[in-house]
Design a protein around this ligand. Sequence first.
Ligand code: NAG
Length: 196
Amino acid sequence: MTRSFRASLKPEGDVELSRYLAGWRELTRFLTPLGSIVAFAASEAFIKVTALEARVQGPDAAHYTSLATMAAWEQRAGSAQASGSRTLLLLHRALRWSQLCLQRVATGTLGGPDAGVQCGDAYRTALAPHHPWLIRQAARLAFLALPSRGRLLELACPAAGEADARAALARAAGVLEQVYNRTQDLLARHSLLQLA
Ligand SMILES: *[C@@H]1O[C@H](CO)[C@@H](O)[C@H](O)[C@H]1NC(C)=O
């Protein structure tokens, strides 16, 4: 699931967009079976991935090779053109939620908060501040219906035992964290964190 994300981290500190989006495609495929709220979020992300891919492959493709080239180009072109950066910012916040949720599910203890609570907390940290009240209430209820940690681990890594599944999720969360940190840094440097 994390191969493309890892490959998106360019050695000079940039993020390659085509690989970042390929990573997202893999991530949405991975998240979709994990319950209806996650599947809904994944389908929303999928629409954004497709929209950004249209730019990466479109007539202005030369300006959409990486996050930095996109940011520079859209800033030169003016606010009407900023929708690639805005779409990326929305994906970026959803990536943070995915990272925190996977990390907490991977490391949660027996008798501690279950996956629904942990992923709901991750939602409150990463996404709720950017969502209207109604969506926040709906999400709060939906996370309560998330499968248990044991079931989530089974769904995420069907052929593995619990320890292996936890290790795999923790590794995946680690890669997502690297990508998140890099993207956060670039978005901050281009003053794009307040865009939407
Ligand atoms: C990401 O950034 C945070 C905060 O700066 C830092 O604590 C963490 O170690 C970083 N993680 C990775 C994987 O680089």
